[in-house]
Design a binder for this molecule. Structure first.
Ligand code: GDP
Length: 332
């Protein structure tokens, strides 16, 4: 998500006061009568300082997209990573500051007009003090927005119109190998909460249809009961973008996970995700005891066979995706 550069209170005030100074110099060198100059100069300083601060905050508010208009996936993502409430509260604080500053800008301009020339600079100092105190009042919120900017910098770019498959299964079963086989360009890595390696997103243009494949290392690869609430939320967020889940079994068990545990994880994921799940038995080239594997294959509904590293069975997966996409289009 795009968040513009968030300045510190010092930076906001430095910019506002230096612009105010320039505005004052302009008035000073203008041709207005001498006796009016000090009041006009201070008025320009107050107006400019307040307006520059307002503009700084307004431009941040305009550039940040409204959270409630974002896709649910992004809303959940932001919630897991930085907290949506805190995010909204911080934007609310910026808005509060803008409203307050514009209010007292008018009050001080009015005050200066009624004051004597000698008092003008005192009034201006008071206005600047007030401005600085409002800007420092929202220091925590500015810090938070800057933190959010850093945290959300490498948020995944998702094509919500594409038919999307999320790839699940224990580590080393061949998920990323499959992702590479399925997609044309090198998959893009994006941050995903509580996955150290991030998620990988790959694309495939197939017969004028856009397919998207997402590999989530560290998330859909271990028993659900081992997850904390935040990880569960992160997993549920994935549900908003998955049209189908490809659950990968390592039929050879060379990854170290017995088929029994792989089946248990499959059942858990099936329980959590409301989307259809397609089972895929990978590393078929390494299988020695096919009867043993068949015992699992036969328990599942039309699983597909694959040797991802050899590229065998990949076209069948794409065909399945196509079939699924056609059904989806018919339904909608
Ligand atoms: P991930 O952790 O699930 O993403 O698994 P990887 O894609 O990194 O694969 C783990 C290891 O299994 C790698 O060394 C792959 O080369 C290997 N591998 C993946 N698929 C196959 C396969 O179909 N056959 C064989 N023999 N090795 C495979």
């Amino acid at each position: 998500m795009f968040i513009p550069t968030i300045p510190t209170p010092e930076e906001v005030l430095d910019k506002s006061f230096s612009r105010a100074k320039k505005a004052a110099n302009k008035v000073r060198s203008s041709k207005i009568p001498r006796h009016q100059k000090s009041k006009k100069t201070e008025e320009a300083r107050i107006k400019t300082a307040c307006q520059v601060t307002e503009e700084t905050f307004n431009s941040i508010l305009e550039k940040i997209p409204k959270i409630s208009t974002l896709n649910m996936f992004y809303q959940d993502y932001i919630d897991v990573v930085v907290g949506v409430d805190q995010f909204k509260k911080s934007l609310g604080a910026l808005k509060w500051a803008v409203d307050l500053i514009s209010k007292f800008e008018n009050q001080y301009v009015f005050k200066i007009r009624r004051s004597s020339s000698e008092d003008a600079s005192k009034v201006r100092k008071e206005a600047f003090g007030r401005l600085a105190s409002v800007v420092y009042r929202i220091e925590d919120e500015l810090n938070f927005l800057d933190f959010a900017k850093q945290k959300l910098r490498n948020m995944p770019t998702i094509d919500f119109k594409a038919t999307t498959a999320v790839i699940a299964g224990f580590p080393n079963v061949g998920k990323s190998t499959l992702l590479r086989q399925l997609t044309t360009a090198e998959p893009k890595v994006a941050d995903y909460p509580f996955t150290t390696t991030g998620i990988q997103i790959g694309h495939l243009e197939h017969k004028w249809t856009h397919f998207q494949f997402i590999d989530t290392p560290g998330l859909l690869d271990r028993p659900v009961q081992d997850m904390n609430e935040i990880e569960l939320n992160a997993m549920v967020a994935l549900e908003h973008l998955a049209d189908i889940v490809f659950y990968i079994f390592d039929a050879s068990e060379t990854s170290g996970y017995p088929l029994e545990s792989q089946l248990n994880l499959y059942n858990e994921i099936k329980h959590v995700f409301k989307t259809p799940i397609q089972c895929i038995f990978n590393k078929m080239d390494l299988v020695e005891n096919i009867e043993y594997v068949n015992g699992y294959i036969n328990q599942l509904e039309s699983p597909l066979m694959l040797s991802a590293s050899e590229g065998i069975g990949v076209t069948e997966i794409i065909a399945k995706m196509e079939e699924f996409d056609n059904e989806k289009k018919k339904r909608s």
